[in-house]
Design a binder for this molecule. Structure first.
Ligand code: CMC
Length: 428
């Protein structure tokens, strides 16, 4: 393989270095292109742009491969806990028993949030979307920890902020749910594990022992692991860009939460259930809705289908489909929406339009069904995604700061008016 790419511009040939990753991913290094040639590249949506080098997550969309720090997602989802995977992503290695214990204990120490933050919740309208509440609350944490405002102050401070975020996000997420019900907030119970404690704060009673089926804990643990990182997607790129300005980590993660909220990204899991409910209310005619999705005059898309990088199958969807079946059988749930989902999956997978465009069910297609089975309300689905994605955002931010990457600042090709003179208002 050649080590340089040659590009001819205005009759002159330039050589650009080729970069090859450990999984043989190839890139043309254009970091000096503008200096040397005066040209920039144009790539809206960054479909062909490697924004960074990274050793966190490897993803091969054509082959349906996803590895965190080299470990296949299938093995992690089957054998690890979410906090173990969080440690792996953030610190780069699987923890020893002692390291995991210390990490878990440190997280438990920080699960409370400042009492004054409860007053913020009182001011939100009852129907406030929990994602709006969550991103504001996470950003607000920075006001309670002014020592975190310089994200590079010290390694210990960085670590403390990371642990605080992992510990407090479940509390704030559960409280945003409680707030939407006008129910009293539940304080964390630190003798419970991470997943059980979260479910307790959502559904438990302070005076009672909280019982939850292990299948539910296991499914939620799996879901969080599957969402834990996904390399340079929309919210992660947002985190890296915001963090590159040396903004504090709370605000940086808050920006990631906002990016995740969009229906084309993490918001899709909510949209999937709403779409299934819409199809059900319309009489359950799946073919009609598949036809609508194919109609270019109709803006409707099948939510939970297609992916920017997975063009054969989403390995997370394969794992989650199994977990979904297990949860529904174990909990004895017979959900008519699931029948519609299964029909939709079958019709779309056999349809030429979807086959030709490699549109398969993605992780959000099944995660919404599991969340629904667990009694998590629809507008909390993206919050669940945020809980899962947090360690990935942190790991990517940490890598970016440790590699001392420059501030993110793309170029553009200007297509507006060339210089023209101001026109006085009476002459317009
Ligand atoms: N339903 C119907 N047609 C679709 C769909 C869909 N869900 N997704 C893509 N297409 C068509 C699209 O109209 C286009 O057709 P044509 O080539 O004839 O113009 C072609 O497939 C390629 O689509 P695209 O929009 O260029 O693909 P993209 O890579 O830019 O978008 C996507 C990827 C995920 C935004 C898109 O597939 C989509 O909108 N899916 C539904 C939303 C969804 O489920 N999002 C969750 C993604 S998974 C969670 C995450 O990791 O963020």
């Amino acid at each position: 393989m050649s080590e340089v790419a040659k590009i001819e511009l205005d009759g002159k040939v330039y050589e650009l270095p080729i970069i090859v990753g450990t999984e043989n991913e190839k890139a043309i290094d254009i970091s000096k292109l503008r200096d040397v040639t005066g040209y920039v590249t144009l790539d809206t949506g960054y479909k062909n742009t490697g924004a960074t080098t990274s050793s966190i997550t490897f993803l091969d969309g054509e082959e349906g491969i996803l590895h965190y720090r080299g470990y296949p997602i299938e093995q992690l989802a089957e054998k690890a806990t979410f906090l173990e995977v969080s440690y792996l992503l953030i610190y780069g290695a699987l923890p020893t028993t002692k390291q995991l214990e210390e990490f878990e204990n440190s997280i438990k120490k920080h699960t409370l949030v400042h009492e004054d933050m409860k007053r913020f919740f009182e001011a939100y309208p009852a129907k406030a979307h929990p994602m709006g509440v969550l991103s504001s609350m996470i950003s607000s944490l920075s006001t309670f920890y002014p020592e975190s405002l310089d994200p590079n102050r010290s390694a210990d401070m960085k670590n403390l902020t990371v642990h605080r975020l992992i510990a407090k996000l479940p509390t704030l997420a559960a409280w945003s749910f409680k707030n939407s019900l006008s129910h009293p907030f539940m304080y964390p119970k630190n003798e419970y594990g991470y997943v059980k404690n979260f479910l307790y704060m959502m559904f438990g009673m302070p005076t009672e022992e909280f019982h939850v089926d292990p299948v539910v804990i296991s499914a939620l643990n799996t879901l969080l692991i599957l969402h834990a990182d996904h390399e340079q997607n929309c919210s992660t790129s947002t985190v890296r860009i915001v963090g590159s300005s040396n903004a504090n980590l709370y605000s940086t993660i808050s920006a990631g939460i906002s990016a995740l909220w969009g229906p084309l990204h993490g918001g899709a899991n909510q949209e999937v259930i709403e779409m299934l409910e819409q199809i059900q209310a319309d009489g359950g005619n799946v073919d009609k809705w598949v036809a609508k999705a194919k109609d270019k005059e109709d803006p409707f898309r099948l939510m939970g289908f297609g992916h920017r990088v997975y063009k054969n199958f989403d390995p997370r969807a394969t794992i989650i489909k199994k977990a979904c079946d297990e949860v529904l059988i174990k909990l004895g749930i017979n959900d008519p929406l699931l029948d519609i989902a299964k029909k939709l999956e079958k019709v779309a997978l056999e349809d030429e339009y979807f086959k030709a465009r490699n549109l398969y069910p993605n992780v959000d297609f099944y995660s919404g069904i599991i969340y629904k089975a667990l009694g998590i309300p629809t507008d909390m689905f993206t919050v669940m995604f945020a809980l899962g994605r947090l360690p990935g955002w942190i790991a990517q931010w940490k890598e970016m700061t440790e590699n001392k990457e420059p501030i993110g600042r793309p170029r553009q090709i200007y297509t507006g008016f060339t210089k023209r003179d101001y026109i006085n208002i009476e002459e317009r």
